[in-house]
Design a protein around this ligand. Sequence first.
Ligand code: SF4
Ligand code: SF4
Length: 428
Amino acid sequence: MIHVKEHKEPQHGRRCEKFVTPKKLYLPLSQHIGKPAELKVKLKDQVNAFDALAEYSALVSSRIHAPLGGVVTAIDNCPHPVLLRSLGVTLQCTGDSPQLTQREHIENLHKDELLGIIKDAGIVGMGGACFPTYLKLSPPQPVDTFLVNGCECEPYLACDYRLMEEETESILRGAELVARIIDPKQIYFCIEENKPAAIKKFNLALSMKKYRLPESRLVILKSQYPQGGERQLIHQVTRRAVPCGKLPFDVGCLVQNVATLCAIYEAVYFSKPLVERIVTFAGDCLREPKNLWVKIGTSIKELFDEKILEFDREPEKVIHGGPMMGISIENLDYPILKGTSGVLFFSKDEVAPLEGVCIRCGRCVDACPMNLFPSEIIRRVKHKQFDRLDEVFLSDCIECGCCTYVCPAKIPLVHYIKEGKRYAPKNK
Ligand code: SF4
Ligand code: SF4
């Protein structure tokens, strides 16, 4: 793992603001790993807030809901940060956020009922992985260790930190629900040392012993990258290594991000689907970096049109996600998705200079948390030897960006790795 410049101030210290009255929402049907959701509405349909616009279409899929009431004004290709364009619903919003009422007899809900609620609420991993949560909570074998991931190790991002400070109770109630489903022997609440306010809050909350949790411990980790990666976190906390090609449940572990736990709590307690989230907006081009609660589907452009965000200077580069794993986008039309933790705006001064030539220094090899040979992977990609990428274990790359970060020649290794994954025979 590597140490990266954090750039988390002033975002860390700023309370979340809200922008919950967008005029228009763009809701792609593919906001998760797996099959895109199946459309359930037609053009000009009037929908209410929380109505399902699209249903899960396979085992690995997820529902998409209307964050607000409104009219379906288009069903076509929406801008999508990963897929560039993806079929989706455009909603002209007319309604307000509905009043939430608490569900009764939550303590009597069976594990399968809890899973059903989580599935119907369209919850996916909000740390960026976007894997449908109900499936993750149905491992094929028992897990004894549940890790609550509050590491948020990518520079600039502060949405999980704010959530841990402002919604401690919701996260702990979400953890209680997950514990009822998977029945672990122990829970580790994992927070990096650069989040003192969150550590204090969780320390206090856990010491009050008011939550029905199995043996629970707060684990304070050194700030390093990519600490929040599932495999890295599991190894760091339990010393169990998840072998290549295996998943955390193979070593008896389950990891959930804090934002996902908060969404689970809201779904079970208030029947609220995943329709909004906190996003960090930062970078040297913004007049004022912010953590904002926004509706899923809000376009970045509308936040500027409504003067919720303002530029100090024109950005040279906009990144959807964090600077290490995020994706560069070419305009502001892109919407916030379920997995969007941040949007960053960088001037020329912050953008990496032009790519140089590999000097075979080996720093990328030393930095790779998956013990890969990144310079050799990109050599093969550049020579279009896509059928030889298996030999260098391309599929084990978690696209963490450590190799790009340390490369003195400023080679965008992850860019080449993504290209390799796109063209490698078995991924075609
Ligand atoms: S090769 Fe992949 S896993 Fe290794 S440092 Fe680069 S991006 Fe991370
Ligand atoms: S860090 Fe960059 S220059 Fe050094 S070996 Fe890796 S790719 Fe080449």
